[in-house]
Design a protein around this ligand. Structure first.
Ligand code: ZN
Length: 193
């Protein structure tokens, strides 16, 4: 890889479930409500500075250099207080797809998961000190009302990413049956009919 990615910012798109060109140009990846990952207009390599207008995914105010932007499609018409998720709520499977994609990006680019490297848009202002003009994606999970607020949702996201990374990076120990099978296969040429 001849480009660097140093962090991942998770958003919702504040749009309907329609995958429009406007949505695709703002994020490197857009995940729909069925958990399908769509490539945005700009691949990750476009986040390498210098960033020229229209030539990169502008997902986060003043924090796009070396930053992957993932957008969860939905949340148009959602209200922060009192929380209502509108007609296009983000879904649990969509969120889990983002966790998996984030783990892939972190493994591929050697990113250590911290509140400064892997975070939601709603955490950017507090965690990085970059003003974001009232962004609240993601502070509520429509399927889990016990996790509320930027920090709680962000911690939940990072914990799931760490678990997914550990799962992939930990080699399963080979079972004795598999070892026996390999030995037999080797002895008889390993050909199956
Ligand atoms: Zn955002």
């Amino acid at each position: 890889m001849d480009y660097l990615i140093k962090g991942v910012i998770l958003h919702w798109t504040a749009s309907s479930y329609n995958l429009t060109p406007n949505v695709l140009k703002h994020y490197n990846f857009v995940i729909d409500q069925f958990a399908k990952v769509h490539d945005g207009l700009h691949p990750l390599a476009h986040q390498t500075p210098p960033l020229n207008s229209g030539k990169y995914a502008a997902h986060t105010r003043r924090h796009n250099s070396y930053q992957a932007g993932i957008g969860l499609l939905g949340m148009h018409g959602a209200k922060e207080k009192p929380f209502s998720y509108g007609k296009y709520p983000i879904t649990a499977i969509q969120f889990m797809a983002a966790v998996k994609l984030t783990a892939t990006i972190c493994i591929d680019h050697g990113i250590t998961v911290t509140p400064q490297t892997v975070l939601t848009h709603a955490e950017v202002q507090d965690n990085l000190g970059i003003k974001q003009r009232g962004k609240w994606d993601i502070t509520n999970l429509p399927w889990n009302s016990s996790i509320i607020g930027a920090t709680a949702v962000g911690s939940h996201y990072r914990n799931l990413v760490r678990v997914e990374m550990d799962r992939r990076l930990t080699k399963p120990t080979q079972s004795p049956w598999a070892a026996l099978f390999s030995a037999i296969a080797a002895k008889f040429g390993g050909k199956k009919t």
